[in-house]
Design a binder for this molecule. Structure first.
Ligand SMILES: Cc1ncc(COP(=O)(O)O)c(C=O)c1O
Length: 398
């Protein structure tokens, strides 16, 4: 079954994307591969590439294939459909659904050899029933809540849940894991407090004679900043995409952003003073201004807020007026050479000028994660083997 937005189109750029699309995302898969390789070199643990939410907006299947080439040994997803999409695309490496899976999805997940997360007896028994019904073994991992207070069993319940698993011959207890709430703050205390809780549960399991093969805890920030959290496996999301977990958890050299988000100018007009631009006429021209209409809008994931900036002609230009569903307008007075059909960049570079996902996030009052995850499914993800280098007009071919 392939019914998730994770299956958004992922096409090779065989021609100038401007001839095919209004707005598009370019992902350099070689960068994902190199980032994965760099991350595997930072740890002795296995690397799980977290590719949930369509690989943070980058295109799950192509990213998973690139991460596998770079040495990832596991994939982490949030939803059952995401796991099944990866299997349907022929990805055979181990996959863990990091959250609870709906009961009716369990048979398909077990048949596909996908590992399930459980955190209570109801989930354990449901996995056992589904495994028994198809005479298969379900691989399950126990999620422990060491202080995030989102999902997972209390550390004190670990032994009794492990015993419950042991009562079901169709269950294979493959792993135990937890998740950090504050690993990205650059401060050791909150991480160590959670680690203590987790280790307490692990030693209780060990005293009861249970040591599942895989113990894991670290997200990107913990992988980069707290090697004592690595255990057998690290679960890396944001760093895989070359984006930093937070200002307090910067990336080491060698990890590069892989994604650029582009669009194009469709119409340029000189608008006389005193004219309103876009719905509500919130912006009114002060002088005669060159206003460009751009083929991207809030239905593509561009936030409907004031203050957006785009790159045109290697220059940051201000968006003016309200963002529409499929369009927005920019003021082009600083780019006299701009013409209809020119590329405009929402995230990425033109020449030496760059707009990062972090800059967009700051403007939107959010985090880089939300910016790339929020690029709509209708925006095609293009695999670019090598970045098209934008050059100023008159300096050769673009
Ligand atoms: C359980 C779990 N592990 C790992 C990750 C990856 O986190 P990050 O993208 O910060 O590396 C996430 C993402 O939110 C998660 O929910």
């Amino acid at each position: 079954m392939v019914d998730s937005p994770a299956a958004a189109p992922y096409t090779s750029a065989v021609t100038d994307p401007r001839n095919l699309y209004s707005t598009w995302v370019e992902v350099e898969l070689e960068v994902i591969e190199a980032n994965t390789r760099r991350l595997t070199a930072l740890t002795k643990a296995a690397v799980m590439a977290v590719v949930k939410a369509n690989a943070y907006g980058h295109g799950a299947i192509a990213v998973a294939q690139a991460a596998a080439r770079g040495g990832a040994g596991w994939f982490g997803v949030a939803r059952a459909e995401e796991a099944l999409d990866l299997r349907a695309a022929g990805i055979g490496l181990p996959i863990l659904v990091l959250g609870p899976a709906p009961t009716d999805r369990l048979p398909a997940l077990i048949a596909a050899g996908v590992s399930l997360t459980v955190s209570d007896e109801v989930q354990i028994d449901a996995a056992a029933r589904a495994a028994r019904d198809q005479q298969a073994t379900a691989k399950i991992q126990l999620k422990l809540d060491s202080g995030m207070n989102r999902l997972g069993a209390a550390p004190e319940a670990a032994v009794s849940l492990a015993r419950r698993m042991g009562q079901h011959p169709g269950l294979s207890f493959e792993g135990a894991f937890t998740h950090f709430a504050r690993a990205d703050e650059g401060v050791p205390r909150p991480v160590h407090r959670q680690l203590e809780q987790f280790e307490h549960a692990l030693s209780a399991l060990s005293s009861a004679g249970v040591r599942p093969p895989l113990i894991h805890a670290a997200n990107s920030a913990a992988t980069l900043g707290w090697p004592e959290t690595h255990f057998d496996l690290v679960r890396v999301g944001i760093a895989l995409y070359g984006l930093r977990p937070s200002p307090a958890a910067p990336l080491p050299a060698g990890l590069q952003p892989a994604l650029e988000w582009k669009t194009q100018l469709t119409r340029i007009r000189s608008v006389p003073p005193g004219e309103g631009i876009s719905y509500g006429h919130e912006y009114v021209t002060r002088t005669t201004e060159r206003i460009g209409t751009v083929l991207v809008g809030y239905a593509d994931g561009l936030r409907r807020v004031a203050g957006n900036q785009l790159l045109v002609g290697g220059v940051q230009v201000p968006m003016v007026g309200r963002v529409c569903m499929d369009f927005c307008m920019v003021q082009l007075d600083r780019v006299p050479g701009a013409k209809e059909g020119d590329e405009a960049v929402i995230i990425g570079s033109q020449g030496d000028t760059r707009l990062s996902a972090e800059q967009v996030a700051d403007r939107w009052g959010t985090i880089n994660y939300e910016v790339t995850c929020g690029i709509a499914a209708r925006v095609p993800r293009l695999n670019v083997p090598e970045r098209t280098v934008w050059r100023p007009p008159g300096s050769g071919t673009q």
